[in-house]
Design a protein around this ligand. Structure first.
Ligand SMILES: *Cc1c(COP(=O)(O)O)cnc(C)c1O
Length: 369
């Protein structure tokens, strides 16, 4: 919703017509915007529902840190201009969902400024890293955004759900959402005596008191403590990354810049990627259903990844030790108990065939094809 609000204002502010009155069909040139191919699906959803259509969102390739490739971005903007389209916005990432990557927000702000584009930053995950003095540099340039979305139920440990959006130009913000109505006119005092309605800043009129839990948590804990626990989560993620790198059975699939760790069970050397995808997918289901740990999943460069997004103030390093040992155990168990299914292509006699899982025998594997 925060991304939706930011992009709605961007469209209204940058359109070459009065979108609020005449709609997008009145624009003289088709409006297009840019984001890396790692950008969260909610951005495309917003673009679609705001009437631009998914194709208006140019998904730009990333470099090997999973940050947007700025040269490719600049080429895409130039190409669209030459084709008579209207580039109007760049969406930057402060912490992607897949890997926690940061786009170079300072450079994106430079490009936006030079090209006259709106800069929206999706900081759902990573904006709050700015609360930590040591992590703050990752977010450099974020302060130059025209609009910024961030989630407090992620890295502020708050109960679902509460997100936030900041829009620099309050006039543009209000013009996008304010619709006058007799029953919403403001009075000199009483319950309609405030300066404005919240409905003038977003889609909803009636809305829950989400701000209460934010205010109470900040009053109770103070902002420094949130910064400390965020740092702790990042340290723990680095610890997990180290355990993964030290394990002969596991493989790290993306650099760890923040609190997201993507890895997989690598298996014997003769395993192919498609076999590993199937193996890791089944491994994840077993792991989740066992109740030991519940990582999520994603796909990194065609590789199925176990994805750990560490946003829990109660996480301990021991939790990750247990996780890693269990993934190793389950992976070996899958390979050994289903030798004709997993990595069967070039399987020959190897030490893996003689490896015995400790304790339990063969376990039924759900979702096994
Ligand atoms: C989680 C996330 C979102 C979506 O936020 P919800 O609060 O789940 O609606 C958007 N962008 C990024 C980068 C996210 O990580």
């Amino acid at each position: 919703m925060a991304n939706f609000v930011g992009l709605a204002v961007a469209i209204n502010a940058k359109a070459e017509c009065d979108v609020a009155a005449d709609g997008l069909t009145a624009v003289p040139r088709k409006m297009v915007l840019y984001a890396s191919n790692q950008t969260h699906s909610s951005v495309e959803k917003a673009v679609r529902l705001l009437g631009l259509g998914s194709n208006a969102l140019r998904k730009i390739q990333v470099d090997d840190t999973f940050a947007i490739d700025i040269e490719v971005l600049e080429e895409a903007i130039a190409r669209d201009r030459a084709a008579g389209l209207h580039p109007f916005c760049i969406v930057g990432n402060a912490g992607t969902t897949n890997t926690g990557a940061f786009d170079n927000l300072d450079r994106l702000a430079d490009v936006s400024q030079r090209e006259g584009l709106w800069l929206h930053v999706d900081g759902a995950f990573g904006a709050l890293a700015a609360l930590s003095p040591t992590l703050k540099k990752l977010t450099s340039g974020m302060e130059r955004a025209d609009s910024l979305a961030f989630d407090l139920h992620k890295w502020m440990y708050m109960p679902y759900e509460v997100g936030g959006v900041l829009v620099r130009d309050s006039e543009a913000h209000r013009n996008t959402f304010a619709v006058s109505a007799d029953y919403l006119s403001l009075t000199e005092g009483g319950i309609a005596g405030d300066r404005s309605w919240f409905s003038e800043y977003g889609l909803q009129l009636s809305r829950g008191f989400r701000a209460l839990k934010v205010w109470m948590a900040l009053k109770e804990h103070g902002v420094e403590k949130f910064g400390r626990v965020i740092e702790q989560n990042v340290d723990q993620a680095r610890y997990l990354a180290r355990l993964v790198e030290e394990s002969p059975d596991l493989e790290l699939l993306a650099p760890v810049t923040l609190n997201v760790v993507c890895f997989r069970f690598k298996g014997p050397t003769y395993c192919r990627d498609d076999e590993l995808n199937e193996l890791n997918s089944d491994l994840l289901i077993k792991l989740q259903e066992s109740g030991v740990a519940a990582p999520s999943h994603t796909v990194i460069g065609g590789k199925f990844a176990l994805r750990v997004a560490n946003t829990n103030h109660r996480t301990r390093k021991d939790d990750f030790f247990v996780l890693v040992r269990e993934v190793e155990r389950l992976g070996r168990e899958l390979v050994n108990t289903h030798p004709t299914v997993f990595c069967a292509t070039e399987k020959t006699a190897s030490s893996w065939d003689n490896w015995k899982p400790p304790g339990r025998g063969a376990v039924g594997v759900k979702g096994l094809r």
